[in-house]
Design a protein around this ligand. Sequence first.
Ligand code: UDX
Ligand code: UDX
Length: 463
Amino acid sequence: MKITKICCIGAGYVGGPTMAVIAQKCPDIKVTVVDLNEQRIKDWNDPNTDNIPIYEPGLSEIVAEARGRNLFFSTEVDKAIDEAEMIFISVNTPTKTYGKGKGMAADLKYIELCARQIARVAKQNKIVVEKSTLPVRTAEAIKSILDNTGNGVQFQILSNPEFLAEGTAVTDLLNPDRILIGGDTTPEGETAINALVDVYANWVTKDRILTTNVWSSELSKLTANAFLAQRISSINAMSELCEKTGADVSEVARAIGMDSRIGPKFLKASVGFGGSCFQKDILNLVYIAKTYGLNEVADYWEQVIIMNDHQKRRFSNKIVQTLYNTVADKKIAFLGWAFKKDTNDTRESAAIYVADDLINEQAKIAVYDPKVSKNKMLNDLDYLETRPSADNKDYLNAFDNAYEACKGAHAVAILTEWDEFTTYDWKKIYDSMHKPAFVFDGRNILNPKELEAIGFVYNRIGS
Ligand code: UDX
Ligand code: UDX
């Protein structure tokens, strides 16, 4: 079976870039990305592709090449479902904020809505691909909805988790370590798997395309994220011990990373991991384990989150303690608000929690982030519901450049590892600040010797 038309529901951080790359690499396939959010679709269709709603290096060029040729962004969901042979579901699956599993389980209401819509519209057989990260056995629920509410047509459900990391989405998509496709072991299931394998085979060699059963595929995604996050919490746990013992966590990371069994990646101690996936997926894993009565398994993975929360809080406590136990009315400059460099995404960013703690201490926060707007920062704080929105506005200000943000500040905190921060004239920043001038490097990106020579009191994670 050869796919000629693809529809993707959800034009977010996963759906948008993934479909742009599929369209670029498969010019014979018409790819339509749909979303309920009209503004988002409008932004994807902005004539100037630098204004598309997601910032990822290299993405705007790909959209410029494929959009209007075989890549389309639209709000006409029914039409796109109707004409496609293959439908990707890429809607968000946030942690539940209500009811059973509140704060832990994945909220599947959007997934269910998509399944019902596909069932209602489809008049021919379809392959439905789960791209969103989902609890194990969600495919079963989707299948049941499709089979019981549909028009008698056949559906095949595949699980095809996305492993791209934000900030490197385009290179990850163009050159993935592996593509994972889970499907039924029936002949129809295998035909569907092969149809999706053929799409990826346009640019990924077959030895990197792995096929499994649906549940292995679903669980592999949660497992991958849990393992990655676990490495960060492990090194962050060591960072606290390093601070007490005089060891340096960067040296420890380097030493253990050279062991080929451990490897050097994901060993960077930091103010704590953020992003839309790690916390959500681990909480989801913990919830699933608990529902099966596997309490030791649940507790084991939950500790990764507990350590991460501790690391964020430890960073804000360190700032308060170092500034003579009071930050009330002091100006603290934040460099970075995004959860990592090269993205405008702020979901679960450590910066939000650190700012929240410091505002509780009545500090004034002055933020500069190259890609995040003040509105987004305020929304992030409001979402925590710690205090009225008007108060957040009083305590947080954003600036167009770092020099302005740091002027008159008592301390500078690095929250995101944006490359440009390492290229600044730090002497100029020092001269404009209150003395003693402190730097709290939550990403260990600055050069301690250089900053200390200028006169800064320099703190980093884990030394
Ligand atoms: C992704 C994955 O899909 C999720 O499973 C993963 O774990 C986190 O990342 P992401 O692309 O980052 O989600 O989410 P987001 O940027 O919020 O995009 C989802 C889009 O789906 C939004 O634009 C939203 O408007 C759209 N949507 C949501 C629909 O079109 N229909 C719905 O019913 C729900
Ligand atoms: C992650 C997974 O890497 C990706 O495969 C999956 O599809 C989605 O979730 P993402 O959240 O986009 O991707 O970014 P990632 O690079 O994994 O970083 C997550 C967080 O961990 C960031 O806040 C980052 O700054 C932090 N991090 C990462 C560290 O603190 N130390 C490290 O060594 C690596």
